[in-house]
Design a binder for this molecule. Structure first.
Ligand code: NAG
Ligand code: NAG
Length: 238
């Protein structure tokens, strides 16, 4: 065995560099395929959108006008309008407005009622009668925050002025943008997000593991989200 000392020494070296090269070529190919797949999916995501930010904004404004400062009347107004406007063969809606879960994300706390959840869109009522404040999170989806009662404040440096959103206003946070926000005193909003929703879930759920340990809310959030996603998936709404 030791007789071909120089030979055995040289062979593993070139073997090692060849396998190293192969490894990097493989990684580059995988990265390229992932990149092409993601940009393709990103280009076609629009075809699954059912809602439009404009129609939801008009609906939120109507609900606010019909029931000023009365969130308990605004929510049924919104849900019955959506049920009438969107046939159940096109989109699955969760009409049980007693189904609230607590939500902690980005330092802010409130509760949400999930009206609709699919892979490319979600629609929730989010808010708290107490007020809360935190980070919007950085998201892969566009976010439209339609204020129903109360005020939402936001701060986005280098603009040092406070942004104020009141009932009937919509606060649009384009994907990739971040702000500090506050649900001032009591505030509830109709929040519509469109884009790649599953990538937003870690933001919405991470606090359970790093802070609240509220596995009860976690369980119901996952259960309702999964149930609504499946209901939509089964009718071809992705
Ligand atoms: C739903 O609300 C929209 C916007 O306010 C309105 O134009 C539409 O007529 C309403 N639809 C129903 C069925 O109430
Ligand atoms: C609505 O949700 C509440 C809270 O989760 C639940 O107790 C109730 O049974 C649900 N109602 C229906 C009709 O599913």
């Amino acid at each position: 065995m030791p007789s071909t000392k120089s030979g055995t020494k040289a062979a593993p070296k070139s073997d090692a560099s060849a396998s190293c090269l192969r490894k990097w070529v493989t990684r580059a190919v995988i990265a390229f395929v992932v990149y092409v797949t993601c940009s393709f999916l990103d280009r076609i995501k629009d075809r699954w959108y059912v809602f439009t930010p404009e129609a939801l904004h008009a609906l939120a404004q109507d609900a606010v006008k019909a029931h000023p400062n009365d969130i308990n009347a605004i929510i049924p107004h919104i849900v019955s309008n959506l049920s009438a406007e969107h046939p159940s063969s096109v989109i699955a809606l969760n009409t049980n407005s007693s189904e609230w879960v607590l939500s902690n994300a980005g330092g802010a706390m409130g509760a949400m009622y999930i009206i609709h959840a699919s892979i490319t869109e979600y629609l929730i009522i989010f808010g708290t009668p107490l007020g809360t404040e935190g980070h919007t999170g950085m998201h892969t989806a566009d976010d439209y925050f339609n204020i129903l009662v109360g005020e939402q404040w936001a701060f986005s440096p280098p603009n040092l002025a406070m942004e104020v959103y009141r009932p009937g206003d919509v606060h649009h946070l384009p994907r990739g943008h971040v702000k500090q926000y506050k649900m001032h005193e009591g505030c509830f909003a109709l929040e519509y997000a469109r884009g790649w929703i599953p990538l937003m879930l870690p933001f919405g759920l991470a606090d359970v593991f790093t802070s609240t340990l509220d596995y009860w809310s976690f369980y119901h959030t996952v259960r309702i989200t999964a149930r609504e996603n499946i209901r939509n998936f089964l009718i071809g709404k992705i």
